[in-house]
Design a protein around this ligand. Structure first.
Ligand SMILES: [Zn+2]
Length: 331
């Protein structure tokens, strides 16, 4: 847990550092505006003065901002349309899209002015009194800090695992999809990735299954020898030139009678693929979910642990009414 806190602190520290530089840059620009000659090249000059590690952070931060704009939801997650049974029992809240689905099939009608839908058939299951989550109105705001800008959908059980669950654990189960703002999302992702790595390490018994591709050391040697000959043959001692030539020639089946290595062969060697698909590779999500073996009790424990983890690490203060770490994990 201490390592986890340290690495989150490091990321946040980096963001603060970048922000400090940005503020300084803005101040410099504001000062210069009075004497602006219209060339507008101050930005590049000030960035070139920065230490390289700050430049790297700055570019990383720019990429994060761009992806934030891309990932931020364009529409609210919750439309909070109340859905009633024919005998006026509030069943749940649904989206406009879902309401239109019922209307189109003549399975429901508007009850109030587009705020509630009444089903025209008796649903199989009615909500249990203790489960208020499905009927409560939910805010389109970050469940951690309450911010309602640039929010995005967050899967409490990471999507890569959830998508491998049996259907009943992932359809009509909105409980473990919540809203986070971009800042809280970034923090949560940092925590989550560390836990995912720890899980993988604790379950992966065979290191041969770790990488999707494996390096062919012999081919790698041929390529690096060719690269050395191609780029800096003149700077190499004669002994090294002969050694590298021998490696490349052996690979292509050339001998001294073919009068050495042509430029085409050398170019081909420098671009050759030196890794291949690892047939033993097991993706992390597959490995972790396979240990649950579709066992209901194991899946339930797994989901509960992720919910506990989310609450412990993010300490959300604005979870919807009825959200509960021990809420049922399937329909
Ligand atoms: Zn937030």
């Amino acid at each position: 847990m201490r390592n986890l806190s340290l690495s989150v602190a490091a990321v946040l520290g980096a963001v603060c550092l970048v922000e400090a530089y940005r503020r300084r840059r803005r101040r410099t620009r504001d000062d210069d505006d009075d004497n602006d000659d219209g060339c507008g090249d101050e930005d590049e000059e000030s960035e070139s003065d920065m230490p390289s590690h700050v430049k790297r952070l700055l570019h990383k931060e720019d990429r994060r901002r761009q992806s934030k704009r891309h990932l931020a939801m364009k529409k609210p997650l919750y439309d909070n349309i109340e859905m009633y049974s024919p005998d006026d029992v509030l069943l749940c809240t649904i989206s406009i899209k879902k309401a239109e689905w019922y209307l189109k099939r003549n399975l429901g009608r508007w009850k109030e002015e587009y705020k509630a839908l009444q089903l025209l058939f008796d649903p199989k299951a009615k909500p249990k009194d203790e489960n208020t989550y499905n009927t409560t109105h939910k805010k389109n705001a970050c469940v951690v800090c309450g911010d309602s800008k640039d929010f995005m959908r967050h899967y409490i059980v990471p999507y890569c695992y959830r998508q491998l669950f049996p259907t009943k654990y992932k359809t009509h189960m909105p409980h473990d999809i919540v809203i986070l703002c971009s800042q809280c999302h970034l923090q949560c992702e940092q925590h989550t990735q560390i836990r995912q790595k720890e899980l993988d390490q604790s379950l992966r018994k065979d290191p041969k299954t770790l990488h999707p591709r494996i390096n062919n050391h012999a081919l790698h040697k041929v390529r690096s020898s060719a690269l050395a000959l191609y780029k800096r043959r003149d700077q190499l001692p004669q002994k090294k030139v002969e050694e590298y030539e021998r490696i490349v020639m052996n690979h292509f089946g050339l001998d001294d009678e073919t009068r050495g290595i042509s430029k085409d062969v050398l170019e081909e060697a420098t671009t050759m693929e030196t890794s291949g698909v690892n047939k033993d590779f097991i993706p992390s999500a597959d490995l972790i979910v396979s240990t649950l073996a579709n066992n209901p009790s194991s899946i339930e424990t797994f989901v509960f642990e992720w919910r506990d983890f989310f609450v412990d690490t993010m300490q959300p203060r604005f979870l919807p009414v009825g959200w509960n770490v021990r809420s049922p994990v399937h329909i």
